[in-house]
Each structure stands twice: as structure tokens, then as C-alpha cells.
Design a protein. Structure first.
Length: 401
């Protein structure tokens, strides 16, 4: 059996995180993704956060984990000959993905209208900060800026210290998965109708979608949570982060049975008979008192002890783990979330990278090849397009590839 996207070719003009991680999802499912990169420079992420000892030049961790399975073609898009090369590639491609600022691809001669004139059934996807139209379409965007501008930071942080951005990139990675879904839908539509489609994905729109419960609560009920720190959006004091003797635990006790089990495991079930603890409304009204009582008891034992006791009692609980603890969890061996790949600079050295967030019973995600070195497949790709060795050499000498 073949993977879902085997036989499809994607031209990938994207860089940094959102676009590359989106097209990687299709590559993991069998698509031939050709990454177009500027000669001598490449994707700007190639050099990002790449200071560790033994790191390969141009092969940063961020680049490695967003470009698995792709082939790299270096091409100066401003050169006249680039139009011929892209034209030949488009004839053999099913989709184009780009994340330049709105209008850039059209000015280069590679906008949707120009490329669908070459292949009418082409799926063309543009990824940007605010979308391709509207009063803010030209505004440059980065993950942290969108976290601030979308309202995410207005509900993330503590009142004592102010708004806080997350320690990871939810907008970039959420936009990537949103883009991959939109591409899959457009390609499925093409299969059904024979028609191409233009897809416009915005980071800001994705940030709004990621906040659907909070935004819907505001739109429907007029309720704005503000900075809630580690408190549950439900407002219940029995759902929070609590200190233990050696760390922290996240407790999510929301239903009556869970709350009774929590107080029972802590040896204070009698408190539930008092006026301040008896009902949900009372506990919310006496939030600080409830948290104080729970915290004073949870501090007496280690995280591991509480995880064992509370889990056995049926209380939803989780430790606050560090990344080294997380990646060594044996659960991932069963899930296939991680993959080991050879380093570009040292085939004997293998690195562990994130692969995919789902499992199938057949033809699921798998890495076709490691992330490419800059221009690694240029000769191969141009050869497939009909360029002979002399033509490829001349293109290289001119700095076009």
C-alpha cells in the first residue's frame, strides 16, 4: 500500500517554522516536497540557535525538525532563468506553498495567477501573519507578536508579574498544522472536482482559533478571564498547580466525585462538611482558603508519592516535568513520536527528532530522508527537469543555482 500523499509533488517556498513544518507533514505522508532556497543562504532557520558543540553548519535543530523528508533546490528567484525552472517544476507539481509577505511572489512572477496559467488545477497556499487582504495584510508577524496582538498574552500570566508569552511557539506550530489540514482539504477537493484552489492561511486567524473556548465565552457571556496564572478557566480552586515536597503537581479535580476523592486522599474530607467547602459556589467564593488548605497538605510529600496516591484515588493529576524527563518517557516508544536520523555532517552520529503526532494502522507518517543540506538535490532535480550537465554547470557558475 502507498502513503496518502505518495505521488504528489509540493513546491515549498517557505522558511522559518510555520510553513516548513506544514509541508513536512505532507512529506511524512509520502509527498515529494521540493524546498526552494536562496543560493548560499537558504532558509534563515538553518543558522538559528545552532551554537551547540558539534552542530553542523546550516543544519540547526529547528531546521532539522521542520524539513524532514524534503529535497533542497537552490535557486535565485530574481534571475530571469528562474522563471523557466519554476515553470517546468509547476508542470510536474500538485501544490505550491509560500510564506513571503503578501504580494512578493506576484512581483517575482510566481503568484497564483501566473502559476495556475501553467497548471490550471494547481493548489496554491499562501501563509502570512494577517492574511492576504485587509488593513493589516502588510504587517510583518512573528509568533511572539501574534501572541500579544491576538489576546493570548492577556490571559497568560500572573497579576503580580503581568502578561507572559509561552515558552514555545504555539502560533507558528498551530499555523503549521492548520496549513497542513487546509492543504490536505484542497488536494482532496481537487481529487473530487479536478479543480485547483487558492488557500490563504493567517497566523492571526490561527491564534483566534486556538483560543476558541475563551473567545466564545467572551462573545456569548461577556466574560473576560484576565491573567489567571495556573488557575483553571473554570475558576475552581481544586484545579490548579500545587507545590509538593520536591516539585509541583497539576491537579484537575472538577467533578464532585473527583473533589471528594482529592480531599479524602489528603486526609481532610471533613472540610467538605463546612460552609466554606460544602458547595462549588462556596469553594469558588473562598478560593484562597481552599488553595491554602490543599497546598499545606500537598507540600508534605513528594511529587511521585502524590502522583501514586491521587491516581489510585481517581483524581486527575500530573507532575510538572522538565523536557529531559518528558523525552525519556517510554510511552513515546509505543507512539512513534520521535525518529532518529543521521546528522548531515557525520553519518555516524544520529539525532533524535520529533516526527508526527498521530499513529495509523497502515501507511502512516514516516521519514523518507533526513533534512537536506542546502542545495543537496539541485543537480538531481534539474536533471529530472531535462537540464544536462553543461546547462546545470552554467546555472551554477552564474549563481542562479
Amino acid at each position: 500500500m502507498s502513503q496518502p500523499f505518495q505521488g504528489l509533488r509540493i513546491l515549498d517556498f517557505t522558511q522559518v517554522l510555520a510553513g516548513p513544518f506544514a509541508t513536512q507533514q505532507l512529506a511524512l505522508l509520502g509527498a515529494d516536497v521540493i524546498k526552494i532556497e536562496q543560493p548560499g543562504v537558504g532558509d534563515q532557520t538553518r543558522g538559528l540557535m545552532n551554537s551547540s558543540s558539534g552542530a553542523a553548519t546550516g543544519m540547526s535543530p529547528s531546521f532539522l525538525s521542520c524539513n524532514l523528508g524534503k529535497r533542497s533546490l537552490t535557486l535565485d528567484l530574481k534571475a530571469a532563468q528562474a522563471r523557466e525552472i519554476i515553470g517546468r517544476l509547476v508542470l510536474q507539481s500538485d501544490a505550491v506553498v509560500e510564506n513571503f509577505r503578501p504580494g512578493v511572489m506576484a512581483r517575482l512572477g510566481f503568484g497564483y495567477d501566473a502559476l495556475r496559467a501553467i497548471r490550471p488545477d494547481l493548489v496554491y497556499c499562501s501563509v502570512s501573519g494577517y492574511g492576504q487582504n485587509g488593513p493589516r495584510a502588510e504587517v510583518a508577524a512573528y509568533d511572539g507578536a501574534i501572541q500579544a496582538d491576538s489576546g493570548m498574552m492577556s490571559i497568560n500570566g500572573h497579576t503580580a508579574t503581568g502578561p507572559t508569552r509561552t515558552g514555545y511557539m504555539p502560533v507558528d506550530m498551530g499555523t503549521a498544522l492548520n496549513t497542513a489540514f487546509a492543504l490536505a482539504a484542497a488536494l482532496y477537493r481537487r481529487l473530487a472536482t479536478g479543480q485547483g484552489q487558492y488557500v490563504d492561511v493567517a497566523m492571526m486567524d490561527t491564534a483566534i482559533v486556538l483560543q476558541t473556548p475563551q473567545i466564545s465565552n467572551f462573545l456569548v457571556n461577556g466574560e473576560f478571564p484576565g491573567l489567571i496564572g495556573n488557575r483553571s478557566p473554570t475558576g475552581q480552586p481544586t484545579a490548579n498547580v500545587f507545590p509538593t515536597a520536591d516539585g509541583f503537581v497539576q491537579v484537575i479535580a472538577l467533578r464532585d466525585a473527583q473533589i471528594r476523592a482529592l480531599f479524602g486522599a489528603l486526609g481532610c474530607v471533613d472540610l467538605l462538611a463546612t460552609a466554606e467547602f460544602m458547595t462549588l459556589e462556596a469553594r469558588v467564593a473562598n478560593y484562597d482558603l481552599v488553595v491554602e488548605q490543599l497546598s499545606s497538605r500537598l507540600r508534605t510529600r513528594t511529587t511521585a508519592t502524590w502522583i501514586e496516591l491521587l491516581t489510585a484515588a481517581g483524581v486527575p493529576v500530573a507532575p510538572i516535568r522538565s523536557l529531559p524527563e518528558v523525552v525519556d518517557d517510554p510511552q513515546f516508544e509505543h507512539r512513534g513520536v520521535f525518529t532518529e536520523q543521521p546528522m548531515a555532517s557525520d553519518a555516524e552520529r544520529r539525532v533524535r527528532l520529533v516526527q508526527a503526532g498521530f499513529v495509523t494502522d497502515a501507511d502512516g507518517p514516516r521519514v523518507q530522508r533526513p533534512a537536506p543540506r542546502l542545495g543537496e538535490h539541485t543537480t538531481e532535480i534539474l536533471g529530472d527537469l531535462g537540464y544536462d550537465a553543461d546547462a546545470i554547470r552554467r546555472l551554477g557558475e552564474a549563481g542562479i543555482v
